[in-house]
Design a protein around this ligand. Structure first.
Ligand code: M6R
Length: 608
């Protein structure tokens, strides 16, 4: 998704903006640009494609002089990726330059209005409307002009503006799109995310919706829409720069896979006290707990797969009916929701537009919302009644790994918490699950130490045309995740099926040599899974079995086997996902794919 960086201070802005944009590349983009005030006017450089093209064009920034500027990486929504549609967008006269993340929903009518008043547009973007409105309404005061522009636009936005009329000022605003302010000495920053400015400052303000910030080199003033000054409390970022970078690994995805034991430890240990689950972050009273009639999980992509696991886990442990919805579908199916429904929203970024919209709809219908989110202060976190943060740290690779694993860990905590409060599990069961949970990081570490086995298997199949994943129950959810991981980064066609469903059609796709990854971790379903494995073998499939150490008999049927350690059945997805992530990673790596930034995908999908 688009990334914004802005700078005002004493350093040369262009190289700094390029470096900041580099740190936002993980969000996905198709073009990039910067605007810098050079002492007499605004210098604009933009280019379709990778940031490197822009950087080469301006000699790493050396070609552009000036100490105030804004930069942008664009992920096209209105208008194709092109130089002209890239941001910054500039007003008719060239006096105002704007970067924008989000969508201006009423841009067509605004554009028509401006055209009728003689304004000439050059791009197909909704963003150009903002730049032209600045020109149209400019009255000598940037803040007043901003307020007039905002009164006209509808939609979601994080906006940064500079003007040659006020070169000592950078203005920004947000609504439904993330934006932070970096606090420096004699210099200040705006950015879509922390890594963009972390090498310059660790003190940050998070802008809330409808807050406007006016930056000068030596001051930061935040206003509300009534033009009143808002007092903000900064927060200090305590993770180091290297944790937002690759830390010696070739790809962020691999680094993040390796970070999973630690991320899970950080997520669960503050919430486990003397064998009990302590969720201080959840404010459900005894009455609230009693009145829950069902849980509805809302999420997208991998977070949705966590939701599918959550259905099995919550129903088994807390004995509450659970529905799982793709957030993008939820709003359009007239859902049956009232005050007795607990909605569980799952999102790494906390900014996924579909998930945010579904959350708001659920709240409008009266539900209470608990969210599982990785990004503190994100929109989904802000709009939820309670937030259970995953402490996974920044996740940069587009393919989620450690966020997925920590989301799942939080699902276990929540299920056990509800189970204990509702007396649906015994003390003995709780103790066993808690022990199992505490042991997960070590067991994951053990799997990671066998990464060469997966690497070898990947080397045998990275040229496959199609790869299938099958499983039952929790193994079915895991199949969906394994398949998504593989296809998103390796571009190999892949399908995931509930193993019992194969015979209802999909089995016709199995040919001689088709790889079928067969998940058979659940004791209760092992024999049934073996029947399904035999079915695909009989049609010529090559089978890679994934099971626990106690099911050695799988070797009689499968061509290859990867064993994971044993634990409680409901905890096995946390272990099973790791070889699936590694398999996808190695296959993509052997195919030479752009692993951290797969084509057409964005890390944070902030458009519906
Ligand atoms: O930030 P979110 O967890 O809300 O993102 C949801 C999906 O976009 C995300 O999980 C996506 O499917 C990942 N690329 C999967 O690896």
């Amino acid at each position: 998704m688009c990334g914004i960086v802005g700078y005002i201070g004493y350093e040369q802005a262009a190289p700094l903006l390029l470096k900041g944009l580099e740190k936002l590349e993980y969000r996905g983009y198709d073009s990039a640009g910067i605007a810098v005030y050079d002492g007499s006017g605004l210098e604009i450089y933009k280019s379709k494609g990778r940031l490197k093209i822009l950087s080469d064009m301006i000699e790493g920034g050396a070609k552009v002089k000036g100490t105030v500027g804004i930069g942008h990486t664009r992920w096209a929504t209105h208008g194709e990726p092109s130089d002209i549609n890239s941001h910054p967008q500039v007003s008719d006269s060239g006096r105002f330059a704007v970067v924008h993340n989000g969508i201006i929903e009423n841009y067509m009518s605004l554009k028509e209005y401006l055209i009728n008043h003689g304004v000439e547009f050059v791009s197909e973007t909704d963003t150009e409307v903002i730049a032209q409105l600045f020109e149209y309404y400019y009255d000598g005061d940037m803040l007043d002009t901003m307020l007039k522009v905002l009164a006209k636009v509808e939609g979601s936005y994080a906006i940064g503006v500079i003007s040659q009329e006020h070169p000592d000022e950078l203005l920004a605003v947000r609504k439904d799109s993330p934006l932070i302010v970096g606090i420096g000495e004699g210099e200040n920053f705006i950015a879509s995310d922390i890594p963009a400015i972390l090498s310059h400052t660790r003190d940050i303000y998070r802008l809330e919706d409808n807050e406007i910030v006016a930056l000068k080199a030596d001051s930061i003033t935040v206003y509300n829409m009534e033009k009143e000054v808002v007092s903000k409390t900064p927060f200090h970022v305590d993770w180091d720069v290297s944790s937002a970078e690759k830390g010696g690994y070739e790809h962020f995805m691999f680094k993040e896979i390796m970070e999973q034991p630690e991320a899970i430890r950080k997520t669960i240990s503050p919430r486990l006290k003397n064998g009990k689950i302590v969720l201080d972050d959840v404010s459900l009273s005894k009455e609230d707990l009693e009145k829950i009639s069902k849980i509805v999980v809302l999420a997208c992509g991998s977070a949705y797969h966590v939701g599918m696991n959550a259905k099995y886990i919550l129903e088994k442990i807390a004995r509450i009916p659970v529905e799982v919805d793709l957030a993008s579908e939820f709003r359009y199916r007239d859902p049956i929701i009232d005050e007795s429904v607990l909605v569980l929203v799952i999102s790494q970024s906390g900014e996924t537009a579909d998930t945010l919209a579904a959350l708001r709809e659920a709240k409008r219908l009266g539900a209470r919302v608990i969210s599982i989110v990785n990004v503190v202060g994100s929109s989904i976190a802000n709009d939820s009644d309670d937030v259970l943060y995953t402490w996974a740290g920044p996740e940069i690779a587009v393919a989620t790994t450690k966020a997925y694993s920590t989301q799942l860990a939080v699902v276990y905590l929540l299920a056990l918490y509800l189970g204990e409060k509702r007396n649906t599990i015994t003390t003995e069961q709780l103790e066993r699950y808690v022990k199992g949970l505490e042991n997960l990081p070590n067991q994951i570490q053990e799997i990671l130490e066998h990464q060469e086995t997966i690497q070898y298997l990947a080397s045998q199949y990275f040229n496959s045309r199609d790869i299938f994943f099958i499983g039952r129950n929790l193994d079915y959810s895991m199949s969906l995740e394994g398949s998504l991981k593989l296809k998103e980064i390796s571009y190999i066609h892949s399908e995931a099926y509930a193993a019992g469903e194969l015979k209802h059609g999909t089995i016709s796709l199995i040919e001689d040599g088709t790889l079928v990854v067969s998940l058979a971790t659940q004791d209760m379903l092992f024999d049934k899974m073996m029947s399904n494995v035999k079915e695909v073998k009989a049609r010529g499939a090559v089978v890679l079995g994934l099971t626990t150490e106690k099911h050695k008999e799988i070797e009689k049927t499968a061509d290859h086997v990867f064993y994971i350690p044993s634990t409680e059945d409901i905890l096995l997805p946390s272990l099973a996902v790791v070889p699936l992530q590694l398999f996808a990673y190695y296959v993509a790596s052997m195919k030479g794919c752009d692993i951290d930034k797969p084509r057409n995908l964005a890390k944070s999908v902030t458009v519906e």
